[in-house]
Design a protein around this ligand. Structure first.
Ligand code: ARG
Length: 564
């Protein structure tokens, strides 16, 4: 809570008509800052007091006394609106932004808390596709924001590298594959083999059985089978690394599902000791119908383990190792049932921390038209998407700023910015349908629009004769200036809101607000004016905006080129 919020809570009466009120729960931020900086909405309260909300707001509002920090209180409808004192605020915000620079907005909000984030998690020997992209960029941005707000954050890439599917693939490779072709074509070749397996298995049931046998051998440590599996894994990691590098993604740990094979027995024993598991048709399960869930399958009748078994062993290991406050799994919504089952088993094992495990699902991505249409039914490869975004961005640059240095490099940054922002500006659960022209446009609600505004603001600072100064910030009196300052002030609160809902789109949309407001300010007011002191103060505002944009974009993992 900042000092203005604290002051508002002090102004409000602790009791009303002999009932204690937790004002904190009712304090909110109006959508439109011209209505007030903070507001108390009286709807819910009105029910308690059995009064129309407007009337209650009026009655309470009448009693409140303004203070130096909160010089205006105004009741409209059911809202009591509070305005904060702008001269002190201006001075404080600009001073903080200019001195803290790349740290502006950070805090120790999460001190003492540990967050484990499980994200990206592609499957080896398979192409990295758009679904994994969403997990990767949502997860990385949450990782960045948790860290920025003082949490101890642990990012884990839980690679899919184990399971019957690898039995199928290895079998297919042994039957129809050869090393030479694999060396030439890489992962797409493995994918072809995998697809072929499924085709052939349709006409020949014994193949599934063969594949199971191969996976069993893999689990039992068969040297020959393990060798093939290792080659697949190494090659895949190299491929994934390229993508991660391009998107500036990094993890504290990259541990595949295979890492937990020697931890499965102990996990199963714990489940048995808690009297949860039972045999069913040769398989080992935890029945969950009491909780309206289908049973959690732990071991098949051939003795091999399952995805859920490995996730349970993984969670136990992670808790022992990291003692997390919260563990977040950023995984598509098609796995909702899986996580419900896993968390339920952990809870039934009596593990208190099970309630601190969160599955964070997200919607699907598709492309509206052109070559990459999802309607054709083929997987969309991330590499192709990033390449296309870069190429289109380059075309835009060529039309706009042909003389720009490092055009290719900037185009790559814009392409990546367009894709990431296109994703993160949408509520996570929404299915997104990308329109290439739309996401790459320099105008409208896009990544390139934010990047472009940042680059333009930076060029103002580079070209101006005066230097930014906070000596005379009281000269900033225009409505748009004050609005922009208030927005900059809200950066830190916005980040806290992102974490409350684990929703990066809150930050993306806040940055859009900052950008739009900055552009309006710049359109209506000259920064480089004759009056030197006003110019310096306005430059301080421009520089502060730059810090917020750059830090905010950085937290979303979007690069901010200095020139565009
Ligand atoms: N590899 C899985 C997939 O692609 C995602 C793994 C998510 N993490 C986890 N702990 N289950 O579907």
């Amino acid at each position: 809570m900042n000092k203005y919020q604290k002051e508002i809570l002090k102004i409000l009466p602790p009791q009303w008509e002999k009932k204690k009120i937790e004002w904190h729960d009712f304090l909110e931020k109006p959508k439109d800052l011209s209505q007030g900086d903070y507001a108390i909405a009286c709807f819910r309260l009105a029910k308690d007091f059995k009064k129309p909300p407007q009337k209650l707001a009026q009655e309470i509002g009448k009693q409140l006394k303004t203070t130096k920090l909160i010089p205006r209180i105004h009741v409209i409808g059911a809202y009591i609106n509070f305005f904060i004192e702008s001269t002190t605020l201006t001075q404080e915000v600009l001073e903080a932004a200019l001195s803290q620079k790349e740290k502006y907005g950070s805090s120790s909000f999460g001190k003492g808390k540990t967050i484990v984030i499980d994200y990206s998690a592609p499957n080896i020997a398979k192409p990295f596709h758009m679904g994994h992209l969403r997990s990767t960029i949502i997860g990385q941005s949450l990782y960045n924001i948790y860290t920025f707000l003082g949490f101890r954050t642990i990012g884990i890439n839980h690679l899919g590298d184990w399971g019957t599917q690898y039995g199928k693939l290895i079998y297919a490779f042994q039957m129809w594959g050869n090393e030479k072709e694999y060396k030439q074509k890489g992962i797409p070749y493995l994918h072809e083999l995998y697809v072929r397996f499924h085709k052939e298995a349709k006409g020949n049931e014994s193949l599934e059985e063969e594949a199971r046998k191969v996976f069993k051998k893999l689990e039992e440590g068969d040297k020959e089978i393990q060798k093939i599996w290792k080659i697949f894994k190494e090659e895949s990691l190299k491929e994934f690394e390229k993508t991660y590098k391009r998107l500036s993604i990094s993890f504290d740990f990259t541990l595949g599902e295979s890492f937990y094979t020697d931890k499965i027995e102990a996990a199963l024993k714990k489940i048995k000791d808690s009297k949860l598991s039972q045999k069913s048709e040769g398989a080992l399960i935890v029945p969950l119908e009491k909780y309206s869930l289908s049973p959690c399958l732990l071991r098949k009748n051939d003795g091999t383990t399952l995805y859920a078994t490995r996730d349970i062993a993984t969670a136990l290991y992670r808790y022992e190792k990291h003692h997390f406050t919260t563990m977040i799994y950023v995984v598509g919504q098609d796995q909702t049932l899986h996580f419900k089952q896993v968390f339920k088993v952990l809870e039934l094992m009596g593990l208190q921390w099970a309630e601190n495990c969160i599955h964070l699902p997200f919607g699907l991505v598709s492309f509206k038209e052109g070559k990459m249409s999802t309607r054709e039914g083929k997987v969309i490869l991330l590499k192709e998407v990033l390449d296309k975004a870069r190429d289109l961005a380059l075309k835009n640059i060529e039309a706009k700023n042909e003389k720009l240095k490092n055009k290719e490099e900037v185009a790559e940054k814009i392409g990546i910015g367009a894709i990431i922002f296109g994703d993160l500006s949408q509520k996570m659960m929404r299915n997104i349908s990308f329109d290439w022209d739309e996401i790459l446009s320099f105008e409208g609600e896009t990544g390139p629009y934010l990047q472009y505004t940042y680059a333009r603001a930076r060029s103002i600072l580079r070209k101006s004769k005066e230097k930014p100064s906070i000596k005379n910030t009281e000269l900033l009196k225009e409505e748009l200036e004050l609005l922009l300052i208030k927005l900059l002030f809200q950066f830190s609160e916005t980040l806290e809101a992102v974490l409350r809902f684990n929703e990066p789109s809150i930050l993306a949309n806040y940055l859009l607000d900052v950008t739009k407001t900055f552009n309006r300010f710049y359109l209506h007011h000259k920064v480089v004016t004759e009056e030197a002191e006003l110019q310096k103060a306005r430059l301080a505002l421009v520089e502060s905006t730059c810090h917020v944009l750059k830090n905010g974009l950085g937290l979303l993992n979007i690069p901010a080129p200095e020139e565009m």
